[in-house]
Design a protein around this ligand. Structure first.
Ligand code: GLC
Length: 550
């Protein structure tokens, strides 16, 4: 399908979106860092996978202090990753294959190398250049203490002092100064950026830390008093997360999105209470918001059922289709989460993180079990109404690379937490394309920017293309059936044969059944068209999902 012709306005409502982490996807020039020309070379792969869109994590000029989420210039491409011409060619090739393009916009903070921040440092306190950021005097004698007790998400204080004694706010690393969204120039500049990329063919935007832009900057600053740094409140009163004023910003963005035909799509990365998600996903706002509830659920039939039921009820009430995601560049890969055996409930992201802290190479991980469950979870997720986000490498069933040596870790969370957090590098290791050779086909360089483990060889695309039972083959098969089945946003629960079984039907006569339990259960009547593990004798084995037609 060529989408140069005007596509349907609601294309994103049921889309399968594949997240590309560009530095780790494919390297065309042998410098060990993935690039846009690498993406171009893999367009046939993306087309053969059968995804509707790709979302590219940031590829803008950056020092990569936070993997590119520290942006020096929002309207250019980092020279190590390519050029604007490469972006144009990549977008054209993807569009010619029916794949839409979603970019990552990082509005909460720039990098400390951004021209605005340099100007702010060169300008005196109280100047217009400083007003684009959040500079304040410190507390205590000589202003030696930070203006508030706010912690950085990556550990340590959220304030850093500059030479003349003032402090600036950074909710993430000190290389990521927060912008002041009460400043009109900041707002206008982002509208320019949205038009810049929309004019160059971007179909939508993933909005980084969408719930953080509006802050209560009245002084004295509200104390956090040790509240969890990631927790937002239920009534919009947290000093910096999920405040009601943030929606005024997205109302302006929506007007820009609607200048285009079809309107540009938006998806909020907002870690907020589910009851407040709809405001980000409203048609007057970004239109869609990530729902991380499935990603945070344990491998447990009751938990999955509750998340699915609640999310679909929210979607019906709010008129915005829900989104699903099991893995992304910020969390432990789901094949590893579901393989953590100690205790009953280790598969949620928080617990998996705790496992990573204690011992990356722990024997607690049962790789086979984790992969089996991950395949079942994905087949279940792809059967749900709404759109699904996949993260590069999950189609290969990759596990977290949990035993990276401390000296290669890049995530600022590692250093800022004094090593207490290992961070997110284990899911960002460059993809294995071939079974052997330098960097398993990722790059001509022998040493990619993060080292790949030996087990990447048998997990590579090349190895899996030879195996009809591979995870890659399963993803291709499931995505192709999903296209055929795609229908109204409806799901009907069927009585499960046991508490460990979830079973639902979708319009058009197809059903999905998942066995979370340890014993095989009878399969419902009909033809099995997709199964996450082999089925035989009318039985659905443990930790398996199947799609049934008829
Ligand atoms: C988002 C990104 C994450 C990044 C952070 C700061 O949560 O997904 O990777 O570190 O924002 O930009």
């Amino acid at each position: 399908m060529d989408i140069s012709a005007p596509p349907a306005a609601g294309w994103w409502r049921e889309a399968v979106v594949y997240q590309i982490y560009p530095r780790s996807f494919a390297d065309s020039d042998g410098d060990g860092v993935g690039d846009l020309a690498g993406v171009i070379s893999r367009v046939p792969y993306l087309a053969s996978l059968g995804v509707d869109a790709v979302w590219l994590s940031p590829f803008y000029p950056s020092a990569f202090a936070d993997g590119g989420y520290d942006v020096d210039d929002y309207r250019d491409v980092d020279p190590r990753l390519g050029t604007l011409a490469d972006f144009g060619e990549m977008t054209a090739r993807l569009h010619a294959n029916g794949i839409r393009v979603i970019l990552d916009i990082v509005p909460n903070h720039t990098s400390s190398r951004h021209a605005w921040f340099r100007a702010a440092l060169a300008a005196p306190p109280g100047s217009p250049a400083r007003d684009r950021y959040i500079f304040r005097d410190g507390r205590g004698p000589d202003g030696m203490q930070p203006p508030s007790d706010w912690p950085s998400v990556f550990g340590g204080p959220a304030w850093t002092r500059v030479r003349d004694g003032q402090w600036y706010l950074h909710l993430f690393s000190e290389q990521q100064p927060d912008l002041n969204w009460q400043n009109r120039e900041v707002r206008d500049d982002f509208l320019t950026t949205l038009r810049f990329w929309s004019d160059r063919g971007a179909d939508g935007f993933r909005v980084d830390v969408a719930h953080g832009l509006a802050k209560n900057l009245a002084e004295p600053f509200e104390p956090l008093d040790g509240q969890a740094v990631l927790a937002s409140t239920l009534n919009g009163t947290h000093p910096f997360w999920d405040r009601d004023e943030v929606h005024g910003i997205y109302a302006e963005w929506r007007q820009v999105f609607n200048e285009y035909d079809p309107p540009r799509a938006g998806v909020a990365e907002a870690w907020v209470h589910p009851s407040r998600r709809w405001r980000y996903a409203s048609p007057d706002g970004l239109g869609q918001a990530f729902n991380f509830d499935l990603l945070e659920a344990n491998w447990d039939a009751a938990e999955f059922r509750r998340v699915i039921t609640d999310s679909l009820a929210d979607a019906r009430r709010d008129g915005a289709p829900t989104t699903w995601v099991l893995s992304n560049h910020d969390v432990v890969r789901h094949a590893s989460r579901y393989g953590l055996r100690t205790g009953d409930h280790l598969s949620s992201t928080q617990n998996a993180k705790a496992w990573l802290l204690s011992d990356g190479a722990s024997a607690e991980l049962d790789r086979g079990l984790g992969l089996r469950r991950a395949r079942a979870a994905t087949v279940l997720m792809l059967a749900l109404p709404g759109s699904a986000y996949l993260y590069q490498g999950e189609e290969l069933g990759l596990h977290e690379v949990a035993d990276l040596a401390p000296e290669v870790l890049q995530d600022p969370a590692f250093a800022r937490s004094g090593g207490a957090e290992r961070g997110r590098d284990g899911c960002r290791v460059p993809l294995p394309w071939s079974s052997g050779g330098p960097a398993f086909g990722f790059s001509a360089a022998a040493t990619p920017h993060l080292p790949q483990p030996a087990w990447f060889g048998p997990a590579s695309v090349e190895a899996q293309e030879r195996d009809s039972g591979s995870t890659l083959a399963l993803y291709r098969q499931a995505l192709s059936w999903r296209r055929r089945f795609r229908a109204a946003e409806r799901l009907e629960w069927m009585p499960g044969t046991s508490d460990d079984v979830l079973h639902f039907s979708r319009p058009g006569g197809w059903q999905c059944v998942t066995n979370f339990g340890p014993r095989a259960v009878p399969l419902p009547p009909g033809t099995v068209v997709v199964a996450s593990s082999p089925v035989a004798d009318g039985l659905l084995p443990a930790d398996t999902s199947a799609w049934i037609q008829g």
